[in-house]
Design a binder for this molecule. Sequence first.
Ligand code: Z5A
Ligand code: MG
Length: 222
Amino acid sequence: MGTNQNSILQGCNSNSRGALVVLEGLDRCGKTTQSSRLVQYLEGLGHSAELWRFPDRTTSVGQMISSYLSNKSQLDDHTIHLLFSANRWEKRSLMETKLKSGTTLIVDRYSYSGVAFSSAKGLGIEWCKAPEVGLLAPDLVLYLNISPEKASERGGYGCERYEQLEFQSKVAQYYQVLHDSSWKVIDACQPMEDIEKQLQEMVLECVKKCHNGEPLSQLWLS
Ligand code: Z5A
Ligand code: MG
């Protein structure tokens, strides 16, 4: 076990837990790339860490979402919004168990994607937030900031529903509305390695705070 890890453990108390870290941002901003690098980094330091992503396409709800996203099925906008939310609710209790057992979760998209995408379609933002209330609140949200134009120049853009410039610009506006004190905004146009270094620092600080007993909280309770 390295020196860093030893110094982290000195602050251990009975409320010690893993951190809930979420990566958000427009399509192709680099969330999946950076999420997996973060998990490797934390594991390399001897931390227990897992990579999660939403939608979780492995569940039966997730399969309905996947079919919708790939244009194989059509659903009413409210219905798909609630399915995305249900997909998070079905993982909530496992999420809490993992965090309390000391595992840090690096989560690729969460409720912010849910609200930003559905609001961009024209659903009311408060209506969109309502089913997310009571899910676990992230300790840290890493927002990878990129313009829709720059993102569209990256590989794979344009294969799924929602991957259109005008729509992505609206999504970006709604993300701004959701920004709160748990967010850190990172310029996603930097080289991957530079972004990686910045994220590592932010995540390590958050992991230490949670290890020292920062309480878990719930999302959007007024
Ligand atoms: N959605 C929703 O509506 N409601 C919800 O509640 C949730 C989601 C949770 C599927 O998501 C869709 O579901 C999504 C939102 C909606 N909308 N769309 N479309 P998804 O997570 O499955 O989407 P994805 O297919 O994984 O794509 P992504 O997440 O948008 O991409 P990314 O993970 O941000 O980027 P990446 O895969 O890491 O990188 C993309 C490319 O860019 C790749 O070629 C990289 O090598 C390259 N890249 C990455 N970083 C860099 C840098 N720094 N420089 C240059 N190139 C880079
Ligand atoms: Mg991704």
